[in-house]
Design a protein around this ligand. Structure first.
Ligand SMILES: C[S@@+](CC[C@H](N)C(=O)[O-])C[C@H]1O[C@@H](n2cnc3c(N)ncnc32)[C@H](O)[C@@H]1O
Length: 258
């Protein structure tokens, strides 16, 4: 864990800056402490993870050993290529991926020759551990934190790019997740949110029927354009892999402070 990451962390419940104290993170105003496991600060209270977030956390903890197999398919590589065509990222920038998973998106950015300062959070410790091992293998430096995308454990205005791929459709509180991405972004930062459409439901046969039975309403698969605040700039929705995924891109306005 780097000094830079330590300086970036805050208590999501109080908004207070955290300090490193005796192998854990401490909120000096309330005395609340957060453990550091395998070098990853856990800035997440168990009680704060419920509903769909809890299901996602448990599901991805179990699925984490197998998750990277998905990236062996050619379609996943095409998807990564389409994402990187849309996203504007530059070397030297501070880039946060909320719900970083096993780090495949960050790895792809690095493979494209972008040498940036990478950070990621996820609700699943299993996915973060896998990400940590992957990054060691790939030689990519990244600051990882276990935390909820709906209440990010980061200070405000830190990142030049904030992006999210996958997970969004099932967030408990999408409005908060977007507000949090905006809060941690710097003036003029670029923001991207992507997830699946519900085309899987239209598949013929058993897969379609299972999806129809298991998945909640179609609305949750809709790009969240209406949730983007009015003062954000250049809001644009892209389609990925035909109509299988959506990506909403937008920009922060310039600094408005006097
Ligand atoms: C489909 S995976 C995407 C991982 C990675 N972004 C990628 O593109 O490979 C979804 C991820 O979202 C994470 N996630 C789900 N809900 C979350 C939440 N509320 N806060 C943070 N991460 C969450 C899951 O643990 C999982 O790692």
């Amino acid at each position: 864990m780097t000094d830079e990451l330590i300086r970036m962390l805050r208590n999501p419940s109080t908004g207070n800056s955290l300090v490193y104290d005796d192998c854990r993170m401490l909120d000096p105003h309330t005395g609340e402490t957060f453990p550091i496991r395998n070098g990853i600060p856990v800035i997440l209270r168990k009680d704060d993870v419920f509903g769909w977030n809890r299901k996602q956390q448990v599901g991805y903890n179990l699925f984490s050993p197998l998750y990277d197999l998905l990236y062996r398919f050619k379609i996943a590589q095409r998807w990564l290529a389409e994402i990187s065509e849309i996203m504007e990222v530059r070397s030297g920038e501070h880039i946060l991926e909320t719900s970083v998973g096993t780090g495949q998106q960050i790895h792809n950015i690095k493979r494209n020759g972008i040498d940036a300062n990478f950070f990621g959070n996820d609700i699943s410790f299993g996915m973060l551990r896998r990400c940590q091992r992957n990054m060691e293998k790939w030689g990519v430096e990244i600051g990882l934190v276990q935390g909820n995308a709906e209440a990010l454990p980061f200070e405000s205005q830190l990142f030049d790019v904030v992006f999210h791929v996958g997970g969004f459709n099932f967030f408990n509180d999408k409005t908060s997740a977007i507000a949090e991405m905006i809060r941690v972004a710097r003036p003029c930062a670029k923001l991207y949110i992507a997830d699946e459409t519900d085309t899987i439901r239209d598949k013929p046969g058993l897969l379609g029927r299972i999806a129809d039975w298991y998945l909640p309403s179609r609305e949750i698969f809709t790009p969240p354009v209406d949730l983007i605040p009015d003062d954000m700039l250049n809001v644009k929705t892209h389609n990925l892999l035909g109509d299988k995924f959506w990506m909403v891109a937008f920009r922060m306005p310039e600094d408005q402070s006097p």
